[in-house]
Design a binder for this molecule. Structure first.
Ligand SMILES: [Zn+2]
Length: 135
């Protein structure tokens, strides 16, 4: 996995507002920024935003810009994949999550008038598919 802070910022639609030495400056989209506070050090491949008190590696930048926790590997990895920043074989989020059961966010149970069938539908947020059981 070879992530690049600048690439992530550009894919996120940020526009460079100038340069200060090694650092490329951006308006931080996370806080109300009027003087570019989000700086990316291209040679060290690190970033920071002073007012947000956040800094780190490219992975943390993606999490920061997406507004999710760096632990939210699935969201970050799928965004990176959508933007062609990582490939399927470069990173496998499934492996990291194989021990975590999916989160059930909603559960429905309903019967028809004759009570012949019971339908259950469970929406699994992490897997983004619905399971239907009929009995
Ligand atoms: Zn900020």
């Amino acid at each position: 996995m070879n992530l690049n802070c600048l690439e992530i910022a550009y894919k996120f639609g940020l526009t460079s507002k100038g340069k200060k030495g090694e650092e490329v400056l951006f308006l931080c989209p996370v806080h109300d920024d009027h003087s570019p506070s989000l700086s990316i050090n291209a040679s060290k491949n690190v970033w920071m935003c002073g007012p947000c008190r956040e800094d780190g590696n490219p992975w943390k930048l993606a999490a920061f810009l997406l507004g999710v926790s760096p632990e939210d590997k699935k969201t970050i990895a799928s965004w990176l994949k959508e933007n062609n920043l990582i490939s399927d074989n470069g990173f496998k989020p499934q492996q990291a999550e194989s021990t975590t059961p999916p989160t059930v966010v909603e559960k429905y149970e309903y019967r028809d008038g004759w009570r012949l069938f019971v339908w259950r539908k469970t929406l699994l947020r992490q897997n983004l598919f619905a399971l239907c059981h009929r009995r």
